[in-house]
Each structure stands twice: as C-alpha cells, then as structure tokens.
Design a binder for this molecule. Structure first.
Ligand code: AR6
Length: 176
C-alpha cells in the first residue's frame, strides 16, 4: 500500500472511499463533516439517520468507523469516524483513540473492497489536536496497518492548507 500526501479539499478527491471527521451524532457539523454533507447531498444524512435508528442508537463512539454511501460525491463510500477531542492531560489514552480512527477506517474500507482511500487530519480542527502530534499518529498508524490489508492500494492524506501539508510532509520524511 502506498501512502501519498496532497494539499486540497477532500470532497474533490477521486478515490473509492473518503473518510469523514464526524462527531458521535453522525448528523453533521462543520469542517470536513459539513463539506461532505453539503457536497454529497441528503442521501448521506439519510443513511446516517438510519444508522442512528439501528445499531448506533447511542451514537458512534470515538475511535470507531462506519460506512455510508457517498451520495453525489465522486467517491463510492464515506467512512465516518469520530476523533477524540484533544486534552493534553489524557494525551496517551487519546492517542490510542485517534490511532484507532485510522485503523478502523482502513478496516471498514478494505472490507468493502475500496482500492483508494482519502483521509483528512482527523481531530486537528474543531477538536484542536496539535497538527504535528496528529500527523505522527496518523502516518505511523496507517503505515503499520497497511501490510494487513487486502484491497487498499493507496491511502491519501488530504491536507487543507499549506501549513498542515508542510507538517505532514516533514513528519513523513522523519518516519521514513
Ligand atoms: N478537506 C480537507 N481537510 C479539511 C476540509 C476539507 N474540505 N475542511 C477542513 N479540513 P474538522 P475535527 C481540515 O474540524 O477536528 C465537525 O463539526 C481542517 O483544517 O473538520 O475532527 C464535526 O461534526 C482540519 O485540519 O474535524 C465534529 O463535531 C481537519 O480537516 C468536529 O468538527 C479536521 O478538522 C470534528 O472535529
């Protein structure tokens, strides 16, 4: 599996699966979540509501992932995951939850047969996770999980601005 880094808008990516930095309600929000629902249309929200009415009555717990249609987006699926809200006092424990977001998203997308997947920098916006630490967890976890996947050939990190892109590039070169 190849890991690639690009700067851009995740909703514009031509990939099989797009990962959404959602919240437990699965009912939408700002940031990546807002953009995905806005551009993907109401079909995504309809499937999210159905998930809430069924298996995820209490919401999607942080660190887990679940797939829906991607509606009008070019992708086939949106994989919703819920990152942890940053709290320095619980850094170690929450790092495990953030790593789980990436592992679980890969597992769900791989199970669907996705060959390409795009990730945002989960938890680094509204949830305030510092970019560098988040990049280490994201890149390290995806690299480690890559070996056990069957169908995913490319995991693409899509960073919204130049600063985040620069941090991910630097961390990736340090990990190599
Ligand atoms: N494409 C790629 N990256 C983006 C885009 C985009 N279109 N838009 C923002 N980012 P956030 P979180 C970057 O806040 O921190 C929502 O309200 C952004 O610059 O989307 O996990 C949910 O409903 C940042 O670096 O997700 C939750 O309530 C990164 O994506 C909550 O926010 C993640 O920012 C989740 O917060």
């Amino acid at each position: 599996m190849e890991i690639t880094l690009v700067q851009g808008d995740i909703t514009q990516q031509q990939v099989d699966a797009i990962v959404n930095a959602a919240n437990s309600s699965l009912l939408g929000g700002g940031g990546v979540d807002g953009a995905i629902h806005r551009k993907g249309g109401p079909e995504i929200l309809a499937e999210c509501r159905a998930l809430r009415a069924g298996h995820y009555g209490g919401g999607l717990p942080a660190g887990q992932a679940v797939a829906t249609t991607a509606g009008r987006l070019q992708a086939r699926w949106v994989v919703h995951t819920v990152g942890p809200v940053y709290d320095r006092a619980r850094g170690q424990e929450l790092a495990g939850v953030l790593a789980s977001c990436y592992r679980e998203s890969l597992r769900v997308a791989d199970g669907l047969g996705a060959r390409t997947i795009a990730f945002p920098a989960v938890s680094t916006g509204v949830y305030r996770w510092p970019m560098e630490g988040a990049a280490r967890i994201a890149l390290g976890t995806v690299r480690e999980a890559g070996g056990a996947l069957r169908s995913i050939q490319e995991a693409r990190f899509v960073l919204f601005d130049g600063e985040a892109f620069g941090v991910f590039q630097r961390v990736w070169h340090e990990l190599l």
